[in-house]
Write a protein of this length. Structure first.
Length: 631
């Protein structure tokens, strides 16, 4: 008998029997045995009495033994279930009608509900009102079909607060497969949600000012356009750029720059109505989007102007950056929008163009986009593409304007470019050289002019009547400051196989001052092989004696504005006279350009100017005509 008792229980049970026998009590014992027939472990319940003989000398046990293994198993399962139920996850058990039977402690902690608040109520008392009926219908359909539903859902806490959670509802089926209970598990994901929101916020907001960034602005522009389309009311886009922000950054440092941007952001926000948007595009560029303006363009423009001026005023007030008092202004470009008639891209571009217009007008100003601005920009774009075509199709030609000694002998010519435009006819350099400079097209154009010059010199070299002639070529800033400019010239000279000493390059004062060390270096190198330099338009720039003596110049060209005023404005005549004297003293050749009248020529000659160029002698002409003039 003793051997049957499971070793784990054996000692405890034997001790209990000893006590029972000595106390003559009724007893109830549960323990495990090893069933002798198959060695299986079974739980038994022993229920009995101690019986004695009359003298109470002999005692024996009387009772029943019951196999309770099954019951024990159920109890264990229940204990496991109960402890699982009290786990850290919030849980609710309902009956088949979704009436709450039990909730656990974690549920109380999550929602604030205690059992008596909810037990006996339908589970839908927890609904937040954030989802419509179809949502719940679909949810229960899924549970009844598949036995489980999982998803993100909004619920309501006892205090009314709505929170997001990850909900799992599982159906508990009986052996026939009919749902008898439902178990709902709640995982609070508000923290995760908050983190997601934070990430979204970072993606759509500028971290420095916390304002919407470009992406969010574009996102908001779409519905704004749509709503303007529906209501017929106009909106406006204002591009705001701080004046001199770079200077602040460079002088007081980026930290101060950041402080300024933050304060600007606050001020901008205070200038607009709720529903309007302030965004920061980056750097010192901000955008304000106004909505719901008047449906009439002129009224909407006035409304925009009022806000724009309010912004200018506000940004004009002094800033306190750490301990520095700082003053700043801004330039604003504005454009109205209405319906979908312009694309977002177009709108942004228009506001940007208007902003540049405000800057160009002297800053601290508001400008509206004006279609003429766009027309000018379009015209420039068309001109640029025409220029590219002109290069491919060789539409440029060179005119030659004689340079004359006072004895009327032609000593050479200045080469002046013209563009033979297929539709517009002859185009003068003032109408395309600046754009060619800006776009870099001046580089191939300049190369072509230099090659043409060398080829012409080569042709003249072969003829005794022309071999003494020199050619002056205008060189632009961008062209001259190319790193390999000297190399390019040498290459062209080599290829055309000319003597370089008749090639003259005309530079301007601004070109020289752009990078004076680089200029001197290049000039010296080219001068070594015989290429000489002339200072064009002399007198209009800085005309500093200091650089004049440093530069290896062979010639000064008196600017035509002084020549023009000879006999008209004595001070200009005096300047021309001074330049001649200075050049002669420094042993630099001097030439007067733009000589149109005999009066001018006589004055210049009387003051020792040996060379002239101007309409008095000849306008710039094509090569054939120039060669005619030589005769
Ligand atoms: P610039 O080098 O100062 O050329 C002198 C300008 O004055 C020329 O204008 C010429 O036609 C004009 N001119 C000459 N004599 C007279 C006169 O008696 N009266 C008046 N009113 N004007 C006179 P153009 O040909 O229109 O050239 C204008 C400017 O374009 C040039 O000024 C030069 O800076 C630039 N340019 C011309 N050709 C080239 C070139 O091949 N390359 C570069 N980079 N610039 C060039
Ligand atoms: Mg010139
Ligand atoms: Mg000139």
């Amino acid at each position: 008998m003793v051997r049957l008792i499971h070793p784990e229980h054996r000692q405890r049970i034997l001790d209990r029997y000893q006590e029972i026998i000595s106390s003559c009590e009724r007893f109830l014992l549960e323990y495990m045995i090893i069933r002798p027939s198959d060695g299986e472990i079974r739980w038994i319940l022993v229920h009995g009495d101690i019986e004695c003989d009359k003298a109470c000398t002999y005692r024996y046990l009387v009772g029943t033994i019951q196999d309770i293994t099954e019951r024990k198993q159920v109890e264990t399962d229940l204990r496991v279930a109960a402890s699982a139920f009290e786990s850290h996850e919030a849980m609710v058990i309902t009956d088949a009608e979704a009436v709450i039977l039990r909730i656990n402690q974690a549920f109380t902690e999550l929602t604030g509900y205690i059992p008596k608040d909810v037990v006996g109520h339908k589970i839908n008392m927890l609904n937040s009102g954030q989802h419509d009926d179809t949502f719940y219908v679909a949810m229960w359909e899924k549970i009844n079909h598949t036995g489980i539903w999982q998803g993100e859902i909004w619920d309501r806490r006892k205090n009314g607060e709505i929170y997001s959670l990850w909900l799992t509802i599982t159906a508990v089926n009986d052996t026939a497969g009919v749902a008898t209970h439902y178990v709902a598990t709640y995982i609070d994901i508000s923290d995760r949600k908050a983190a997601e929101d934070e990430i979204k916020h970072l993606a759509f907001n500028d971290h420095l000012t916390n304002l919407p960034n470009r992406r969010l602005l574009l996102d908001r522009l779409k519905p704004a356009l749509a709503s303007s389309h529906r209501s017929g009311r106009k909106g406006a886009l204002l591009f705001i750029d701080l004046d001199n922000f770079k200077t602040l950054n460079d002088t007081l440092g980026h930290h101060m720059g950041d402080l300024l941007l933050q304060q600007v952001a606050k001020r901008l926000e205070s200038c607009i109505r709720e529903g309007d948007t302030v965004a920061r595009l980056g750097g010192d560029e901000f955008v304000v989007m106004l909505e719901d303006l008047s449906e009439y363009a002129n009224e909407a423009e006035v409304q925009t102007e009022v806000i724009g001026n309010k912004i200018l005023d506000s940004l004009n007030k002094p800033y306190l950056l750490s301990t520095h008092e700082y003053h700043n202004t801004a330039s604003i470009g504005a454009t109205l929008f209405n319906k979908h008639e312009k694309s977002i891209d177009e709108l942004m571009k228009q506001a940007d163009i208007a902003m540049y217009q405000a800057k160009a007008s002297g800053r601290n100003a508001l400008r509206f986009f004006d279609p003429q601005m766009q027309a000018r920009i379009n015209a420039l774009a068309a001109l640029e593409s025409d220029l590219r075509q002109a290069l491919i199709e060789n539409q440029f030609i060179i005119y030659y304007q004689p340079q004359v000694h006072h004895n009327n002998q032609i000593i050479g010519a200045e080469m002046l470019i013209r563009w033979q435009h297929p539709q517009r006819g002859l185009v003068f350099p003032a109408d395309f050289i600046p754009l060619a400079e800006e776009t870099g097209l001046i580089l191939p154009i300049g190369q072509w002019v230099l090659k043409t010059a060398c080829a012409q010199l080569k042709t003249w070299e072969a003829n005794v009547h022309t071999q003494h002639l020199r050619l002056s070529v205008n060189v632009s800033v961008r062209q001259f400051h190319q790193a390999d400019f000297v190399e390019q010239i040498l290459q062209i000279i080599r290829c055309s196989n000319i003597k370089p000493d008749r090639l003259r390059l005309e530079l301007t004062e601004s070109l020289v001052l752009d990078d004076i060390d680089d200029t001197i270096l290049k000039m010296n190198e080219l001068q070594k092989i015989g290429v000489l330099f002339s200072m064009d338009d002399f007198g209009t720039g800085y005309s500093s004696l200091a650089y004049l003596t440093k530069l290896p110049l062979y010639q000064l060209k008196i600017d035509q504005s002084f020549v023009h005023n000879i006999g008209v404005k004595p001070s200009d005549a005096a300047i021309a006279q001074t330049i001649i004297g200075m050049a002669n003293n420094l042993n630099i050749e001097v030439i007067a350009e733009g000589v149109e009248t005999e009066v001018q020529r006589i004055f210049l000659e009387q003051h020792d100017c040996p060379l002239f160029q101007g309409y008095l002698f000849s306008k710039p002409v094509p090569i054939e005509l120039f060669e005619e003039l030589l005769k």
